[in-house]
Design a protein around this ligand. Structure first.
Ligand code: GTP
Ligand code: PEP
Length: 228
């Protein structure tokens, strides 16, 4: 007699988070962050990963990075870190997904952007529960141009299409666009000073806040965004 496969539990998500080398990271925040740009990129990624790991639906976060400083910081908040194949963002994500499936072959796999410093674990739980209903799903960013989350059910090929106008690309490829209410913290990616201001208004994690405050102390009249 055939034995039924156990249904995947809601805690079976592994999230793959890409973090590019810090010398090239968050360049659109260069003017606002000055010499703290790399520290801000690490702070934002660490707050994102730490909050994701506090979501009960998340079993593990795999960070893909070739940067030793970012790797150390992200491992210290609980990420499983793997090296970057250095073939671009989607190759990095596919590489992380292979590691996720090696560790948990029956799990669901998602890609989560590293620049969501306001992320709330309860809101991530809503997004992952919604994504579990579809083979392939994604969440558009606040601007409705990019993507902040893309995920697949167990057994479904993981084919992320991040970069540029990725909302349109994910739609074209047949991924289900998720639109639950009340998940602003996961749609609020931070690329520009305006984005950072919007994230601060939602409430960011402690490392991002401390770094922004440090920037503000050093250049109170500079280009650093304030929460208000
Ligand atoms: N591991 C890895 N992550 C990448 C790569 N390219 C981009 N990323 C990550 O993907 C996300 C989006 O990348 P970008 O928008 O190109 O870069 P950014 O650092 O966020 O910002 P800008 O420098 O202002 O463009 C960020 O979390 C990056 O760290 C890559 O080749 N490898
Ligand atoms: C890579 C992306 O995001 P961003 O460049 O806005 O960080 C994306 O939305 O696909």
């Amino acid at each position: 007699m055939l034995k039924a496969m156990p249904a995947p539990r809601s805690s079976d998500w592994t999230l793959v988070v890409p973090v590019k080398t810090l010398v090239a990271a968050k360049t659109r925040l260069s003017r606002a962050a000055g010499p703290h740009r790399a520290a801000l990129a690490v702070a934002i990624a660490c707050d994102t990963v730490e909050a994701a790991l506090r979501c009960a639906a998340v079993a593990r976060v795999v960070v893909v990075t070739g940067d030793p400083v970012a790797a150390g910081a992200l491992a210290s908040v609980g990420a499983h870190v793997v090296d970057d194949p250095e073939a671009g963002l989607n190759a990095a994500l596919r590489h992380g997904a292979l590691e996720a499936l090696r560790l948990t072959p029956s799990g669901a796999v998602g890609a989560l952007q590293a620049d969501l410093p306001a992320l709330r674990p309860a809101e991530l739980a809503v997004v992952l529960a919604a994504a579990s209903e579809f083979d392939q799903a994604f969440l558009p960013d606040a601007a409705e141009i990019g993507t902040t989350f893309y995920g697949v059910r167990p057994g479904v090929p993981f084919t992320p299409g991040f970069g540029g106008e990725s909302r349109e690309r994910h739609l074209r490829r047949g991924a289900k666009e998720l639109c639950p209410d009340g998940v602003d913290s996961i749609r609020r990616d931070v690329d520009t000073p305006d984005d950072l201001r919007a994230a601060l208004a939602l409430g960011v994690g402690p490392r991002t806040l401390a770094t922004v405050e440090q920037i503000g102390r050093e250049s109170p009249s500079g280009g650093t965004p304030s929460p208000s």
